[in-house]
Design a binder for this molecule. Structure first.
Ligand code: NDP
Ligand code: 8X3
Length: 257
């Protein structure tokens, strides 16, 4: 198994949900954490929390992954002791709206495309040359069941997650022989702030997404990420699809209540 003690792990979207759980699990394993997101108050609180819970060290970077220049500069200007990133968890992402394509809001589309596709690309582009130069590293992308199926009104969000799948496969091909592994962890429904963000703060609509069955928890997904990261160096998990037991496809959920 790959031991995570002292490994430098960069997690995007670390202030909530799956990213926060990934930070918790990597901290408990004694890794060094670079946690990124936009909300500074949460980053500050988590910096000390993860240090107290076992992380070898923690550094927070306030970063909007949609800003390519800021991403290049933040990662490019890391001090030497923080620049040798071993594991990149490309988790920052969001959905905005659930509308038929003909009614979609352009701003929602742009936010999803800029965050889920371009943001993931900017961060990866900034991190990969270092990993290749050191002859090793691991990129773990957070895709979705929405990258395998398209569901009604999911149009652009599903397109962004299909793109994550294509980028993952492109990375696996292009990085062959470099020592850099690339995985994608693709969950079904996970109870996080995701639906609050999708429905622009409509808490009733957001909570109804998770009613009548047990969704995945963000910890379930973080454990899958950790599984990928701890395989021996000759093993690469290409793709892991992780669903609640009550979900058979993007749209088929066994709701009892
Ligand atoms: P949350 O809303 O709980 O977390 C999203 C995280 O992304 C937050 O930390 C947020 O932090 C960060 N983020 C959003 N936009 C940006 C940005 N522009 N720059 C930097 N950070 C950003 O949702 P989840 O934990 O559920 O989502 C995490 C990933 O998992 C996403 O890629 C999502 O598509 C994917 N996913 C989610 C599923 C679900 O059902 N919840 C299922 C399958 C995949 P901040 O606002 O502070 O910047
Ligand atoms: C998030 C899961 O089904 O809402 O990617 O698209 S879903």
């Amino acid at each position: 198994m790959t031991n995570l003690t002292g490994k430098l792990v960069l997690i995007t979207g670390a202030t909530s949900g799956i990213g926060e759980s990934c930070a918790r699990i990597f901290a408990a394993a004694g890794a060094r954490l670079l946690i990124c997101a936009r909300r500074q108050d949460r980053l500050t609180a988590m910096e000390s929390e993860w240090r107290a819970s076992g992380a070898a060290d923690v550094r927070a970077i306030q970063l909007d992954v949609r800003d390519g220049r800021a991403v290049t500069s933040a990662i490019g200007s890391l001090p030497e002791s923080w620049s040798d990133i071993d594991i990149l968890v490309n988790n920052a992402g969001l959905s905005r709206g659930l509308d038929p394509i003909q009614d979609g809001e352009l701003q929602d589309w742009e936010e999803m495309i800029d965050t889920n596709i371009k943001g993931l690309l900017y961060v990866s582009r900034a991190v990969l040359p270092g990993m290749i130069g050191r002859g090793g590293g691991h990129v773990i992308n957070i895709g979705s069941i929405a990258g395998h199926e398209v569901y009604p009104k999911g149009n652009v969000y599903c397109a962004t997650k299909h793109a994550v799948g294509a980028i993952t496969r492109g990375m696996q091909l292009d990085l062959l022989g470099t020592g850099v592994r690339v995985s994608t962890v693709d969950p079904g429904l996970v109870e996080t702030e995701f639906s609050m963000v999708r429905f622009h703060g409509d808490s009733e609509r957001a909570s109804s997404v998770y009613k009548g069955y047990t969704p995945l928890s963000p910890d379930d997904v973080a454990e899958a990420v950790c599984y990928c990261a701890t395989r021996p160096p000759h093993v690469n998990i290409h793709e892991m699809i992780l669903m609640p037991a009550a979900q058979a496809s993007a749209t088929m959920v066994d709701r009892r209540a």
